[in-house]
Write a protein that binds this ligand. Structure first.
Ligand SMILES: *Cc1c(COP(=O)(O)O)cnc(C)c1O
Length: 370
């Protein structure tokens, strides 16, 4: 244990068994669809390559990336499964992506032309997924321009349209009418693609829709957050959080009543107490807005962080309990032992757990795999 203490300054431990459990649960919930594990933003902070490998071992057959660069990094790591990349800038050279058999999302005629040009240059047919904007107003082709796009795609010999797809705005708000409205627009878009002579697959569902809208599973589901064991919907599912964030006590001290703690001296001890200094702060990904709100798991129970969260450190009030320098501190984990969870942090910070786990700062926070 002592030998690894230095590495525990700030560490996320990634439990790939939990991840495999989650992927197989999700794949089982969408039995007629294939499963694409979404690993954008370095696997939501869990490590894209490790996550992709574990997901492919446990029921996923596709990997989703945001940029072509993310997709190519997976290929370079030896991942041969289908990978879809969906967001790049005008002027992107798609040739390496086409050569590496990365599936490319196309949202406009301009982008279609760029992909076709890359395919011509490489001498390989590009496999594309035409994206329809059914109401999120982010990426994707507006319905007004859709028929022109599908016709152009059908007439472009360098590309093969493998799928049509869209992304939902409100799937995490179960029963939200926007989801049905988006599903209707998607159906129209699919029919237009078929009318243009295409026979594409369809995919729509993120984690929330996978969990709550089996009617939207179609041929492929695209879970992200649920792969990491975080549940975006109110209904319970046996998802197991994959990331634990931990550190160690750097220093303990006894202070008398009346002494205050951290910048601004915003917390004052009402009685003599033992403080434990933990060397993580907002420079590691602990939101400063958790000052005076967060707890950690230390020496067998939850204990409050007192005073402000600093860049490099937080201070934990341990009362009269015995805590030792070097003791493990769990900042957030699965919650099984009573420790805080990423969800608890998100609720306290007024954000979503996606942002918490994705926001662990490398290289200060090291990552290890279990
Ligand atoms: C991030 C993302 C997903 C996964 O969303 P979750 O809510 O994390 O399941 C699916 N599809 C697209 C296009 C995405 O950007």
């Amino acid at each position: 244990m002592n030998g690894v203490m230095a590495a525990l300054r700030a560490e996320v431990v990634i439990d790939l068994d939990n991840l495999r459990h989650n992927v197989s649960l999700l794949a089982g919930l969408a039995p007629r669809a294939e499963t694409m594990a979404v690993v954008k933003a370095d696997g939501y902070g869990h490590g894209a390559v490790e996550v992709a490998r574990a997901a492919l071992e446990s029921g996923a057959s596709w990997i989703g990336a945001c940029s072509l660069g993310e997709a190519l990094a997976l290929r370079e790591a030896g991942i041969t499964a289908p990978v879809l990349a969906w967001l790049d800038l005008p002027g992107t050279d798609y040739a390496p992506g086409v050569a590496a058999r990365v599936d490319l999302s196309v949202s406009s005629a301009r982008q279609l032309a760029e992909v076709a040009e890359a395919a011509r240059a490489v001498g390989v047919e590009a496999r594309v997924h035409l994206k329809i904007d059914t109401g999120l107003s982010r990426n994707g082709c507006r319905p007004e321009e859709w028929s022109a796009l599908v016709e152009k795609a059908a007439a472009t010999p360098e590309v093969r349209v493998h799928a049509v797809w869209t992304h939902l705005a409100c799937a995490d708000e179960v029963g939200h009418p926007a989801t049905d409205a988006q599903a209707e627009r998607f159906d129209d878009a699919y029919r237009e693609a078929v009318a243009a002579g295409l026979s594409p697959l369809r995919h729509v569902a993120n984690s929330a829709a996978l969990l709550t809208r089996p009617d939207l599973h179609f041929d492929l589901v695209r879970p992200g957050i649920a792969v990491y064991g975080l549940n975006p919907v109110p209904q319970p599912f046996d998802l197991r959080p994959v990331m634990t964030f931990r550190s160690s006590v750097a220093l303990t001290k006894r202070i008398p009543a009346g002494e205050s703690v951290s910048y601004g001296l915003s917390w004052t001890a009402g009685a003599p107490t033992t403080l434990a200094l933990v060397p993580v702060g907002y420079g590691d990904g602990v939101p400063r807005t958790l000052s005076h709100r967060m707890h950690v798991w230390l020496a067998g129970r939850r204990r409050p962080v007192v005073g402000r969260v600093c860049m490099d450190q937080v201070v934990v009030d341990c009362g009269d309990d015995v805590v030792a320098e070097g003791d493990e501190v769990v900042l957030f984990g699965t919650g099984e032992r009573g420790e805080p969870t990423a969800r608890e942090w998100a609720d306290l910070a007024g954000t979503i757990d996606y942002e918490i786990v994705t926001g662990m700062h490398r290289p200060r926070v090291t990552r290890t795999y279990r």
